[in-house]
Design a protein around this ligand. Structure first.
Ligand code: ATP
Ligand code: MG
Ligand code: MG
Length: 549
């Protein structure tokens, strides 16, 4: 491992450790809102938060930021936990912001008592209109001067359900002229008569993000609260609440969120893709979700490695999705077992090979490691399936595969020379006729012949069938959200289904969750919908970056 320079958050932590801040303790948190499945952007945040605590002997809490009951669901909670664990991380404590509702309520009462919060009866429109503009100060609403006693009573009544949604809000009393709009008496609580997936109907007022997040960090004694750049203007409010409430001084730090080409990265947009059936589900292999990537055949190690490579920046940027593909290729090249599969079959007949003879050839599972991780048997017979595009009726120069008069090596087997082909009445080639060279067998070749091409094949009587799914980018545009409607950029041909591919017999016992290299075709894995009597493989990635640039 080469020595890497510290990122700016590591620098902050090392400085804190030197100064003995928080007694040398490092406690981070990952705070997802359970309103969707995690995506690759969340993976960056997970790797960062858990990575820091691992590096500095600290801990990371998993906190579900469940203050918005309308969009949240227990299904999402379960998927989030599964994905974090799959990525290889374990949280110290599983916590919920909703468990802090009572404390947060008491904090709000505390602010009221300090004359730092008030109940406002204005409508949302009135409040927005009275906030002013970045260049002009806001003006107080008539409710800003309410007494502490009145505010305490009204806030309690809000909690008791005396008012309808939107009738009243609790606001911080800070500064209506502050250049930072977030400090112009921000909302702290709003009324929502809705069922919460954990607290049920206990509450009808819910804290706003800015009142819940920093205080939750403080309650847990989080030392370094890491979030994305859009929260920079929220930081003064984060600090204000902690200071005025005189509670544990957690500190917020901001880094650039991950943006990646040819995809969208917001749960709201991903949910639209699911609801409007552009994809099958949250874990559709075309989705940038962690569950989609897993189903597609990405390994946790490749995602962690990707997050490590992209690093931690202070400025917005766009990462090329081909870097993610590079990471999975690099991983699977070292670990995937090699197998032969024919996606678009045409029959090759070796006319000088004995009828009915079966040779058990052997092929290394993994030529990338010493010993090859063992061998599998590959039956070889007179009739083979090969790829249709490995034959040409009129091959151009430098076509190093099959055509009349051309020779190739059959992987793990013999050199064959083509001398004829058969067409059906429509003129489609249906059979290729070859002779094999008996003393050219791989590993014991004494023929002295040199051929440039090697092709894959599957024995006709031994071939098993499988469905194979090939994926392309889900979006045509590099940055789909730049378009007026990101859905106008959707690629309608992002999924190609090969309903009957021929696989070598050993692949019938392929293991779920394992990567296979189908020689010359790419890396594949079993789909979650696969079953022993209907095998389904997903292509994780092609062998090379084949996208036109
Ligand atoms: P989305 O807009 O996709 O819904 P979010 O920020 O609302 O994202 P949260 O569930 O609140 O989603 O996110 C949990 C954590 O993950 C937050 O700390 C957030 O900053 C971080 N995060 C979310 N998206 C990204 C991203 N693209 N890159 C890096 N971190 C991210
Ligand atoms: Mg959020
Ligand atoms: Mg969001």
């Amino acid at each position: 491992e080469e020595e890497k320079s510290l990122n700016f958050i590591e620098e902050v932590i090392e400085e804190d450790l030197r100064k003995g801040t928080h007694d040398g303790r490092v406690l981070t948190r990952f705070p997802p809102e359970p309103n969707g499945y995690l995506h690759i952007g969340h993976a960056k945040s997970i790797c960062l938060n858990f990575g820091l605590s691992q590096k500095y002997n600290g801990l990371t809490n998993l906190r579900f930021d469940d203050t918005n009951p309308v969009t949240e669901d227990a299904e999402y909670v379960e998927s989030i936990k599964r994905d974090i664990q799959w990525l290889g991380f374990q949280w110290a404590q599983e916590l919920y912001t909703s468990d802090y509702f009572e404390i947060l309520y008491q904090y709000a009462v505390d602010l009221i008592k300090k004359e730092l919060a008030y109940v406002d009866d204005s409508t949302a429109e009135e409040i927005a209109a009275s906030k002013g503009t970045p260049t002009e100060p806001g003006i107080p609403t008539p409710y800003r001067s309410r007494s502490v006693e009145e505010n305490l009573m009204l806030f309690q009544q809000m909690r008791e359900g005396k008012y309808r949604d939107g009738e009243k809000v609790l606001r911080a009393k800070i500064d209506l002229a502050n250049p930072n709009m977030h400090l112009r008496d921000p909302l702290l609580y709003r009324i929502r008569h809705v069922h919460h997936h954990r607290t049920g109907d206990k509450w009808c007022i819910y804290p706003m993000y800015d009142f819940a997040h920093g205080q939750s960090d403080s309650i847990e004694k989080i030392t370094h609260s890491i979030c994305t750049l859009e929260f920079i203007p929220h930081r003064p409010l984060y600090d204000w609440c902690i200071e005025k409430l005189e509670i544990f001084p957690s500190k917020q730090y901001e880094f650039a969120r991950l943006n990646m080409t040819y995809t969208v990265m917001s749960k709201r947009k991903l949910l639209q893709l699911v609801n409007e059936k552009f994809v099958e589900s949250w874990d559709d292999p075309r989705m940038p979700t962690i569950s989609g990537l897993r189903r597609r055949g990405y390994t946790a190690a490749s995602i962690r490695n990707f997050c490590d490579k992209i690093g931690v920046q202070k400025r917005e940027n766009m990462i090329d999705v081909s870097l993610l593909e590079f990471c999975i290729r690099e991983d699977l090249n070292k670990t995937a077992w090699r197998r032969m599969v024919v996606l678009d079959p045409i029959k090759l007949v070796i006319t000088n090979y004995p009828d009915g003879q079966v040779e058990e050839l052997t092929g290394e599972n993994n030529p990338e490691v010493e010993g090859g991780e063992g061998f599998r048997h590959i039956p070889f017979t007179k009739q083979l399936w090969i790829e249709r595009d490995d034959f040409m009726e009129e091959p151009p120069k430098k076509f190093f595969r099959l055509g009349v008069g051309l020779s190739v090596r059959l992987k793990h087997a013999y050199i064959v020379e083509c001398y004829d082909f058969v067409k059906d009445p429509e003129g489609k080639v249906i059979e290729i006729h070859c002779n094999y060279i008996p003393n050219s067998k791989s590993g014991e070749d004494t023929s002295g012949l040199k051929v440039k091409g090697t092709i894959h094949w599957v024995s006709v009587p031994h071939a098993k069938e499988a469905e194979v799914r090939l994926y392309d980018r889900l979006f045509h545009d590099e940055n789909p959200v730049a378009a007026e409607d990101f859905k106008s950029s959707i690629n309608p041909d992002s999924l190609q289904i090969i309903s009957k591919a021929y696989i070598e017999p050993d692949l019938a016992t392929a293991q779920a969750g394992k990567g296979y290299q189908f020689i010359r075709l790419g890396y594949f894995t079993l789909d979650t919908q696969s079953s022993p009597d209907h095998l389904v493989f997903n292509r994780t990635v092609t062998l090379k970056d084949s996208w036109a640039k």
